[in-house]
Design a binder for this molecule. Structure first.
Ligand SMILES: *Cc1c(COP(=O)(O)O)cnc(C)c1O
Length: 397
């Protein structure tokens, strides 16, 4: 069936809540690093939908796993066991810090679970406060929103849930000063995504781990965007020689199927007793089958190595570009394939112009272009993308 561009967009105007600014493009299919629209135009996708489609679009192994599972069992209530949920939990646990998993359907929900676990765990001591970082992003539900230390997201939704204290990112002393006798946890993204690709320093994250040990606080790492191989290691914290007490994942965990998880140290995890928390769809066999296929693909195609190699290559190419456009490109920063290009001016227009030339990128925090290709990207795709970016910058400067 031919999908008509105009009538599709008109239908949205009539029937879909306009809470997104959408490009006038109707996407119809994807394969690998490419997407196609309803007029048959092809786009090079070096953004991966906020790092969700980390194996590229419609990866054959993930697609087969979904089809196979869809014919067996799509949903099972969590008052029963399923093999898929158990197998995915084992993969996550064995590749991280031996924690136990609670499954949900999104990043925000994973963070809600982390916040609830921290509170219930420390409820006998009546501790409930969580310290989070300026420019963080933890999701849009009310607790995750309250944890998100960016006023623009809070506007219009007061009163916020109590118990969050905000401090500057990468400032250990500020965390020390913010702790009081009601503090139960410190929560952060090791690499801030929406905040503009800000990387925690070694001293900072190691210092936070030490501080949390000393004061018996929980260290909660939100790896919803930076986890699952994005940085060239399974989890961003693997670059720091520390382990968190709780970690949250979502975005690329199911390569596009809706899935999130909170992983917690076993002794903590047991505080989430039956009746304290739940999710109807969480850990359904369909999403878990996709998650298992993601882990298998990362291993079989050695995608952690590819992500670091292609990350290094991208950084070299982008830094060379930055030298060519000194008044326009301020800094290129990133780890692996989680890369931000900070501009001297706003970036939304640049992103729009790239799209017109068939390249999908994204702008966050006003002036940071996000470059997050799939983990199996090849040099030729990066070259093609950077060529378009270069032409666009030429026009944009
Ligand atoms: C996207 C994101 C979230 C929220 O995830 P949703 O699936 O949109 O709820 C939370 N934390 C981080 C770091 C994110 O990038």
């Amino acid at each position: 069936m031919k999908i008509d561009t105009n009538s599709t967009i008109e239908g949205f105007k009539k029937y879909v809540i306009p809470n997104y600014i959408r490009n006038p493009v109707v996407l119809t299919r994807g394969k690998g690093v490419y997407l196609w629209d309803s007029d048959g135009r092809r786009y090079l996708d070096l953004f991966s939908g906020w790092a969700v489609s980390s194996l590229g679009h419609c990866h054959p192994r993930v697609a087969s796993a979904i089809i196979r599972q869809a014919k067996l069992l799509v949903h099972a209530p969590n008052i029963f066991y399923t093999a898929a949920q158990g197998r995915l939990a084992k993969l996550i646990s064995n590749n991280s810090f031996g924690g136990l998993c609670f499954f949900c359907n999104s990043g925000a929900e994973a963070n809600e679970a982390a916040i609830k676990l921290a509170r219930i765990h420390y409820s006998p001591q009546e501790k409930y406060k969580i310290i989070t970082m300026h420019n963080s992003f933890h999701g849009r539900t009310m607790a995750a929103l309250a944890a998100t230390a960016q006023p623009k997201y809070h506007k219009g939704f007061s009163p916020m849930l109590e118990g969050f204290t905000f401090v500057p990112f990468n400032d250990l002393e500020a965390v020390k000063r913010a702790v009081d006798d009601k503090t139960c946890a410190v929560m952060l993204e090791p690499i801030q995504g929406e905040g503009g690709i800000n990387i925690a320093s070694q001293e900072y994250l190691k210092g936070l781990r030490r501080l949390c040990d000393e004061l018996r606080l929980l260290l909660i790492l939100d790896e919803v965007q930076c986890g699952m191989g994005r940085t060239g290691k399974y989890f961003a914290y693997h670059h720091y020689g520390i382990t968190p007490d709780i970690m949250t994942l979502a975005k690329s965990l199911g390569n596009g199927t809706a899935i999130g998880t909170m992983v917690a140290r076993p002794d903590l995890a047991n505080s989430l007793v039956p009746g304290s928390h739940a999710s109807t769809f969480g850990g359904n066999p369909l999403a878990c089958a996709a998650g298992i296929a993601v882990f298998e693909t990362i291993e079989m195609e050695r995608l952690l190595d590819n992500a670091s190699e292609m990350g290094t290559y991208s950084m070299e190419r982008l830094n060379a570009l930055a030298e060519k456009f000194p008044g326009l490109m301020k800094e290129v920063r990133g780890i692996g394939l989680m890369i931000g290009i900070e501009l001297e001016k706003e970036g939304a227009t640049l992103v729009k112009k790239c799209l017109e030339r068939g390249l999908i990128l994204n702008c966050t925090h006003e002036n940071v272009i996000r470059f997050m290709p799939p983990l199996n990207v090849k040099k030729k795709h990066i070259d093609a993308g950077i060529a378009i970016l270069e032409d666009t910058l030429e026009e944009y400067k």
